[in-house]
Design a protein around this ligand. Structure first.
Ligand SMILES: Cc1ncc(COP(=O)(O)OP(=O)(O)O)c(N)n1
Ligand SMILES: Cc1nc(C(=O)O)sc1CCOP(=O)(O)O
Ligand SMILES: [Mg+2]
Length: 295
């Protein structure tokens, strides 16, 4: 097991806010005329959405503020992060958990300067060079898409499952596959290596928002394997098969209880008070770094 590393020097950061997630749901009010945004998003949360984004290209600043405040209260009740698309100043004003930015939006560096290290920054990517740059620049997650053609972004050329495979093989920060994902094609996306998916129309445009969210979220979770089954994970760079269900069980398995430890899971530092609740899934990469000699 690797012992000690200079975690300042390697650009690692404490990120308590972005817990592992499976189903990321983005608002899309044009898909549910006559129904309130908070009503529809609450159904998505009931179905298992574990991260929510407010994306709204048409509202006035006042309307946007009202929607952001409503969603902030809603997501707090469900204990999931709220991300604001594009508008960093709004994210700061409502104390959202983070912001999502595209290649044409505010730069990652400027966003990080404004938001600080504890808030989430997601970056859209459409090619591996963009994914590498986002990872290197300290993004907390990346969007990978559009995987399929989508009416939510008409006319945008799909990146296809090839790009999903490329990112799954190379990029270590969490990524979320997005664009045209539905119950009918989600298994292909997962098969290509996605561990998290994101959807707008398939969920908020569904006649059964909760049921569709549940179906998608269960598909993603079950593709990661049962928490009770042996899991193939990578511990400090070494492939291991483990039965530990949670981070604290894994720590116990290595006899490291009570040691001064830093735990990094898929690029995030897991705070000690979350070790017991943080589940392990096949495919995760974990670093257990213990300090020796008073380091
Ligand atoms: C999770 C996620 N991924 C990608 C996007 C798209 O962001 P962007 O490229 O800036 O395009 P707009 O959404 O602003 O039209 C996203 N919003 N969320
Ligand atoms: C908002 C957005 N961004 C994308 C990207 O690839 O960056 S694809 C997309 C639309 C996602 O909506 P739907 O689930 O309805 O296809
Ligand atoms: Mg944008």
């Amino acid at each position: 097991m690797r012992g000690l590393f200079d975690f300042e020097g390697e650009g690692r950061r404490a990120m308590g806010k972005l817990n592992d997630f499976s189903l990321y749901v983005i608002t899309g009010e044009n898909y549910h005329p006559g129904r309130a945004i908070s009503e529809v998003m609450e159904e998505a949360l009931q179905g298992g959405a574990d991260i929510v984004q407010l994306r709204d290209k048409t509202s006035s600043p006042q309307e946007l503020l009202r929607k952001a405040q409503e969603l902030k209260a809603l997501t707090r009740r469900y204990g999931v992060p709220l991300i604001i698309n594009d508008h960093i100043e709004l994210a700061i004003e409502v104390e959202a958990d983070g912001v999502h930015l595209g290649q044409e939006d505010l730069s990652l560096q400027e966003a990080r300067r404004l938001l600080g290290s504890s808030r989430i920054i997601g970056i859209s990517t459409h090619a591996i060079e963009e994914a590498r740059a986002a990872e290197l620049g300290g993004a907390d997650y990346i969007g990978v898409g559009p995987v399929y053609p989508t009416g939510t972004k008409p006319g945008v050329k799909p990146v296809t499952l090839d790009y999903v495979r490329q990112v799954a093989a190379e990029i270590t920060i969490p990524f979320v596959a997005i664009g045209g994902i539905t119950p009918g094609n989600v298994d292909d996306v997962l098969e290509a290596g996605a561990k998290r998916i994101c959807a707008v129309s398939a969920i908020v445009g569904s006649s059964d928002v909760k049921g569709t969210a549940r179906l998608l979220s269960e598909r993603v979770r079950s593709s990661r394997g049962s928490v009770y089954a042996p899991k193939e994970i990578v511990v400090n760079g070494r492939p291991e098969t483990v039965t530990a269900r949670t981070v604290d069980q894994l720590i116990a398995r290595y006899g490291l209880q009570g040691r001064k430890l830093v735990v990094e899971l898929d690029g995030y530092i897991v705070p000690q008070d979350e070790w017991a609740a943080t589940q392990l899934f096949s495919g995760v990469k974990i670093e257990l770094v213990h300090f020796v000699g008073g380091g």
